[in-house]
Design a binder for this molecule. Structure first.
Ligand SMILES: NC(=O)c1ccc[n+]([C@@H]2O[C@H](COP(=O)([O-])OP(=O)(O)OC[C@H]3O[C@@H](n4cnc5c(N)ncnc54)[C@H](OP(=O)(O)O)[C@@H]3O)[C@@H](O)[C@H]2O)c1
Length: 254
């Protein structure tokens, strides 16, 4: 990771779970991390704990709702001013709604699509604009998808979430193809976790021992790996799953 030391990484959804772990890991690897989320208190704790940990890099929190274009415009501008041009973007912010399709509440549908899809697209536009404007010699966009984005027959209560991750995967494929054509040296990867113990999965019942769940740090390891790969290597897609169980049954259980 030495070539990334002092480079700027934006991590969305960094106030808990996987995003929090990725922010800590990238700071440990020496990057300057802009941690985005809506909960300011969580971001302050993250910033402070990374400072006290003796990490090579830093974390700076930015209160930002990824569904708000005006928030994103001002936040990405502030990041460039405070930390420098963006080299790495981790699109991690996401929500899960577990509901049978006939019972879906339309506000919930809007929140899920706005966060899991529009949020990623908007952050990608803003991140790419920064990379291109500053001619970054190496850029990387990592989209946090899910094993549900690979399923052809998701359980009904997880269909909408799965659909958002399928769409994210196809968006990532298209973006990678476009950036390859443009020969800009910007890589695109998707990381697709199975079941991880976070706030998102608190509602799940069943065995919560390791092997049935992973830890957020396990996914942060995978993200660090895809970024650390030599620049001529694009790890396009990586699935990180639990040892004993696929999440299918738990997502299906209502
Ligand atoms: N946990 C799993 O088993 C699992 C498995 C596969 C994939 N994933 C994916 O991994 C990612 C992280 O999930 P997680 O499990 O770590 O969930 P989590 O602990 O609930 O964290 C979700 C994060 O997203 C942020 N967020 C939600 N809406 C946002 C918005 N409008 N603007 C900005 N930030 C927003 C939350 O921050 P604020 O509320 O502070 O804004 C929080 O930091 C998601 O994309 C999820 O789909 C999770």
């Amino acid at each position: 990771m030495d070539r990334w030391v002092d480079k700027v990484a934006v991590v969305t959804g960094a106030s808990s779970g996987i995003g929090d772990a990725i922010a800590r890991r990238l700071a440990k690897d020496g990057l300057k991390v802009a941690a985005l989320a809506r909960r300011a208190d969580r971001l302050q704790v993250l910033e402070q704990e990374v400072k006290e940990s003796g990490a090579r890099g830093i974390v700076k929190g930015y209160i930002c709702d990824v569904t708000s274009e005006s928030d994103l415009t001002s936040t990405f501008r502030s990041i460039e001013q405070d930390l420098g041009p963006i080299a790495v973007l981790i699109n991690n912010a996401g929500v899960l709604i577990k509901s049978n399709l006939t019972d879906l509440d339309l506000d919930g549908v809007k929140t899920l699509i706005d966060t899991n899809l529009h949020g990623v697209i908007n952050c990608t536009k803003a991140g790419l604009a920064s990379m291109k404007a500053h001619n970054v010699d190496e850029g990387h966009i990592v989209n946090i998808s899910s094993v549900t984005g690979n399923w052809s027959e998701p359980p009904p209560p997880a269909s909408l979430y799965s659909a958002s991750k399928h769409a994210l995967n196809i968006f990532s494929v298209g973006l990678r193809a476009q950036l390859r054509n443009e020969k800009l040296g910007i890589r695109v990867s998707t990381v697709s976790p199975g079941l991880v113990k976070t706030e998102m999965t608190e509602m799940f019942t069943g065995d919560i021992s390791l092997g049935y769940y992973m830890l957020p740090e396990d996914i942060a390891d995978a993200v660090s790996y895809v970024i650390a790969a030599p620049h001529h290597v694009n790890v396009s897609q990586i699935t990180v799953d639990t040892l004993f169980e696929v999440v299918y049954a738990r997502l299906g259980a209502m």
